[in-house]
Design a protein around this ligand. Structure first.
Ligand code: ZN
Length: 607
């Protein structure tokens, strides 16, 4: 433990250096997050810090945030557990150093899994898991501190990792996590299964499809449905691990930290029986709406403290037994949070003036709790109104504190005027214009035939949400624009747009390879897909397996493929065909296009 003391001291010294600077809470927030909590980052990526060190750093940061008065710590109005909860769950988003440490170590583990050929991975494998995989390794009797630290990171990684099914030969059905959206992991079959039975035993070898009958026998209906929804590789690509909390499927410290912190928040909430987890999704939306308000951060913090009812109003001071004047400084009656911001006659006059001059209407009915009231209010507000609300709250709170500190009371109308002036300033100066969309001017606006010797394959997908299925359309033309072939197909259970585009693309590759041409351009209007196909990195997102499938065809085929991204208006024929593929069947046309496609094909040639 002593070996790491210097880190806690470094953090403490740094924060001490700021103590004489009068910073707002928002200013302190920036200093803590970008400086103090970033100090131990390097050490934490290699070693598991002792709890005592994390606790020291926590105390330093926490005391600084809440402040000192006359050499004494001020009241900490919310627990550290809340302060370190992510903002979208209602916290201040400070780093919980223990969990952050674990997430950093998790990244090292992720590298050992995804870069098994690195020197570091080879050395550790030789020493600690010569005959198994890293995921199956564990601590040994004589292991080093480094290895024990890694095992700590691994325990976080394991909770989040998800296997993507390729050939299914590396994934154990009941031991590994491989079914996305399954309510519990690993999945529980309804029949007895040996521990080492692999996922490939659920796949029909010849058709490369799930053995639906078997899957339905082995699992509960909902689980079976989730399994059957997993798109399978046609070319037996290898299984790989993915991190499902990022779009790319690649582990990031931030996403791992948020996952672990959310788990902790839920655990805490259910332990207290608050049932917070059930409406977590909607509160996350509401907290985001609070932090997204266009207003200075220091003002939003007042609103945040109001929502948590942790501002030192008279009533709160009394509850916490802090000796101070605990009545309203304007009218001398009991000062609840509701009174201080809404009901007090002095404050009500400010709100009336804001209505007269600024057209802002305060919702007065139903005050169950500050949090509920503020969320309902924000839900009904326009962006401008939300800005007024935040700025008004801050000014009301500041005015109240000034009067309590002996300053003269201002006329409520003056405060309203100050608020509206501030609102104007914010709305004029803070509103950055939305970035203009990337110009399409340079892109081609119409279909153009491929260069000599090549054929052009246009492919597109359409989603039919009502029927829970996708349609795909493929149109192939030669260098003169002559129609060669087309295909359309409806496929069940796929409604994710990018996945649909990828499956359509794979079909296009297979379909085009059957034609007697060996120079093939495949054009899609899905830019992200083309980027993924051109990347040399293993794609670990939900479409990763299909991407690998396509890459494998390209590698092993004698045909020269070129994949390009085109503007939607160059892809109309495929689009029309995909939109028409609303049945679960496949149609193929050779040499003669279907009648409903004639006009689109003509337009492509004459536009
Ligand atoms: Zn009052």
């Amino acid at each position: 433990m002593n070996a790491f003391n210097f880190i806690a001291e470094k953090v403490w010294k740094r924060v001490q250096g700021w103590s004489d600077r009068p910073l707002s809470r928002a200013g302190k927030e920036v200093m803590i997050k970008s400086v103090a909590q970033a100090i131990p980052t390097y050490i934490m990526s290699c070693f598991q810090l002792p709890d005592g060190i994390c606790e020291k750093m926590r105390a330093t940061v926490s005391n600084y945030w809440w402040g000192f008065e006359g050499g004494k710590k001020k009241m900490h109005w919310r627990s550290w557990a809340w302060m370190s909860t992510p903002k979208f769950l209602g916290g201040m988003g400070f780093r919980d150093m223990k969990i952050f440490n674990q997430a950093m170590l998790g990244r090292q583990c992720w590298r050992l899994i995804t870069e098994p050929d690195s020197l570091c991975a080879k050395v550790l494998k030789g020493r600690y898991y010569p005959k198994s995989s890293f995921l199956d390794s564990g601590p040994t009797k004589s292991c080093s501190f480094t290895w024990r630290s890694l095992m700590h990171g691994k325990s976080l990684l394991e909770r989040g990792i998800l296997w993507r099914v390729g050939n299914g030969e590396d994934i154990r059905i009941t031991k590994d996590k491989w079914v996305p959206d399954a309510p519990c992991h690993p999945i529980q079959p309804v029949v007895q299964m040996p521990d080492d039975l692999k996922v490939c035993s659920l796949i029909d070898e010849s058709s490369r499809q799930w053995n639906e009958e078997l899957v339905r026998i082995c699992f509960r209906p909902a689980d079976a449905e989730s399994i059957l929804n997993i798109p399978l590789s046609q070319n037996r690509v290898c299984d790989h691990v993915a991190w499902p909390f990022t779009k790319t499927g690649i582990y990031t410290v931030k996403s791992a930290y948020n996952m672990a912190k959310c788990e902790a928040v839920h655990l805490n909430a259910s332990a207290k029986g608050k049932g917070e987890s059930s409406n977590q999704v909607c509160t996350a939306k509401e907290w985001k709406s609070l932090w997204n308000i266009n207003a200075p951060p220091k003002m939003k913090i007042v609103l945040w403290r109001f929502a948590h009812d942790c501002l030192p109003t008279g009533q709160q001071l009394r509850i916490r037994q802090i000796p101070a004047y605990d009545l309203c400084c304007y009218c001398g009656i009991d000062e609840s949070t509701q009174h201080a911001f809404i009901l007090c006659q002095y404050v009500a006059e400010i709100w009336r003036e804001l209505k007269r001059k600024g057209g802002f209407k305060l919702m007065v009915k139903m005050f169950v709790s500050p949090k509920q009231w503020i969320f309902e209010m924000l839900a009904a507000c326009t962006d401008r109104e939300a800005t007024i609300l935040v700025i008004a709250f801050w000014h009301i709170w500041e005015a109240r504190n000034a009067v309590r500190n002996g300053e003269n009371k201002m006329h409520p109308h003056c405060i309203a005027e100050k608020i509206l002036a501030y609102v104007d300033m914010v709305l004029v100066h803070w509103c950055t214009p939305a970035h203009p969309r990337k110009s399409d001017v340079l892109n081609r606006k119409r279909w153009e035939p491929p260069p000599q010797g090549w054929i052009m394959v246009n492919v597109d997908a359409a989603i039919f949400h009502k029927d829970n299925r996708m349609g795909l359309g493929i149109v192939i033309r030669d260098e003169r624009g002559v129609f060669l072939a087309a295909c359309k197909q409806g496929i069940d259970k796929i409604t994710d747009p990018e996945l649909a585009e990828t499956i359509a693309f794979r079909r296009a590759v297979n379909f085009a390879s059957q034609l007697p041409h060996d120079h093939i351009i495949i054009a899609s209007d899905c830019e992200s897909l083309i980027k993924k196909l051109q990347s040399r990195v293993t794609d670990r997102s939900n479409i990763g397996i299909i991407i690998e499938d396509i890459k494998k065809v390209v590698c092993t085929s004698t045909v020269a493929f070129s994949f390009i991204h085109v503007n939607r208006c160059c892809n109309k024929a495929a689009h029309v065909l995909a939109r028409s593929a609303d049945r679960l069947s496949e149609s193929v046309w050779l040499h003669v296009p279907p009648e409903f496609l004639w006009s689109t094909l003509c337009n492509d040639m004459t536009a």
